[in-house]
Design a protein around this ligand. Structure first.
Ligand SMILES: [Zn+2]
Length: 198
């Protein structure tokens, strides 16, 4: 559903562990599927790729949709098979320690592996209409800080929120009530607001 179409996946460069995954068709295009069972907390895939800064013009290109945010200003360009991981508002996987895609509930062989893109997003310039089909689908994929409080708390407790976002959330929750609204958006406005389909 997201991303993925601008880059040709390099099957020869698949990271380790990819033997446990398969890229295949799904209801939103292509996705990644488990070829064996994963237990909650188990590593599915280590995400890696070239680094890009927030100010890089690549954000304004189609390929920019394949970037995973790993810091307030830092991104990595996802490679196959990770680049094919789709979004779900009711995910069976999440990203720990910025790069480790892990199971957050039991995953069976044949299941599509999805994570919630909002757990990686604090950008102010990217949203995506969501048709993930989950019962609690939010209808839109947007920055983490805009998620319902209960959803944020669950993801934070699971440790599947990118570190720089989790630290911001902690600061926000520790701030006196009257100051909370001022902790929100990054001041960087290098990019126009826009909607993309990925
Ligand atoms: Zn959804």
């Amino acid at each position: 559903m997201r991303r993925r179409h601008a880059l040709q996946p390099d099957q020869a460069a698949r990271p380790r562990l990819a033997a446990n995954l398969l890229v295949g068709p799904c209801d939103v295009g292509r996705g990644i599927f488990a070829t064996r069972a994963f237990q909650p907390g188990e590593l599915i895939l280590h995400l890696a790729g070239p680094r890009f800064d927030r100010s890089d013009p690549i954000h304004l290109t189609e390929a920019g949709a394949n970037l995973l945010q790993t810091g307030q200003r830092s991104y990595i360009m996802l490679q196959s098979p990770g680049v094919f991981a789709n979004h779900s508002c009711d995910p069976n996987a999440g990203i720990q320690a910025n790069r480790r895609l892990v199971a957050i509930r039991p995953i069976a062989a044949g299941d599509e592996i999805r994570y919630d893109y909002s757990t990686t997003m604090d950008e102010d310039f990217w949203t995506m209409a969501c048709r993930c089909g989950a019962a609690g689908c939010r209808g839109v994929v947007t920055d983490f800080r805009l998620l319902p409080a209960a959803v944020k708390e669950r993801y934070l407790a699971l440790g599947i929120v990118q570190g720089f976002i989790a630290r911001k959330e902690r600061r926000r929750s520790e701030a006196p009530a009257g100051q909370r609204s001022s902790v929100a958006a990054p001041s960087d406005s290098a990019f126009p607001a826009r909607n993309r389909t990925r």
